[in-house]
Write a protein that binds this ligand. Sequence first.
Ligand SMILES: [Zn+2]
Length: 324
Amino acid sequence: MSFNRVIGHEKTCAYFKELIKNETLPHAIMLEGMVGVGKTTLGSALSASVLCESKTGDACGVCRSCLKMNHDNHPDFMVIEPEGTQIKNAQIEAFQDFINIKPYDGQYKVVLIKDADKMNASSQNRILKTLEEPPLHVVILMLTTNSEALLPTVLSRCQIIKLNGLHQDLVLNYIESNHETDEAEIIAKLADGSIGKAIDYITSESFKLIQSHTEEILQAIHTNEKAKLLEQLSYFNDEKENIQKILDYMILWYRDILLFKQAKAKHLLIHSRSLDVIKKLARNLSLNKIINNIEAIELTKKKLRQHGHFDLTMEVMLIQLLED
Ligand SMILES: [Zn+2]
């Protein structure tokens, strides 16, 4: 896979191409970034480019090595990912056996470790030995959403490259070129710089449900119907695994209300199709109340991430949203 398959991250790709061409790539690289930002794609492009026979810095796609990579049967390439919730000691042992034998074909052996932060302490201590004295022919690529979960001794042996979230326009462009949806703009906004998140929204059945329930919630708040509002608790409970998405979507609505209240900026609204609802809510709610509600939802997201009691946290939020 060539670097031109990577969306965004141009500088990082150019940097890697240069290092590969000059044969100055470090032995251990850690790519850190949020879910769906392109770590796996970049890691795959980097692996193929290191192994490519063209020696141009980018995978040519046609040499023997690239063909083997495309067919997932390159003898000098290994992928490690968590078995269950962890990367276990035995997997690192297998990796060490793999790199201790010289490359079969070319000059390098590449190991791609996905979710590297899932290495348990014993795996990390084991891999440290390799990182301290890596064989010359080895390139180890580690992917992680959170490098802080790794031992400082491991981190200090890697070159850490942070991948930032993608620009919203790139995500929008990706959605419009690859998917049939009339919600592209909303999804690009919700995806928060992550193509993976965008795909998740597009393919998830629950997104339509999230939209309709959020509108019901706002309606119930608008008409001050507490009982109707609390009926939503069972929906939240059914959709526990999507709760962060639901709350993100609610925030997006309140941002629209805020935007309309402050600037009457119709063209900037995400839900411009629901202008009537936004107008009504903007009229009824004070600026402070809108801001407080956004904060209440943000706080709820945080509490749930910290494993607060689910039903109680959600109920408290709904009542806060309703109260003056
Ligand atoms: Zn090639």
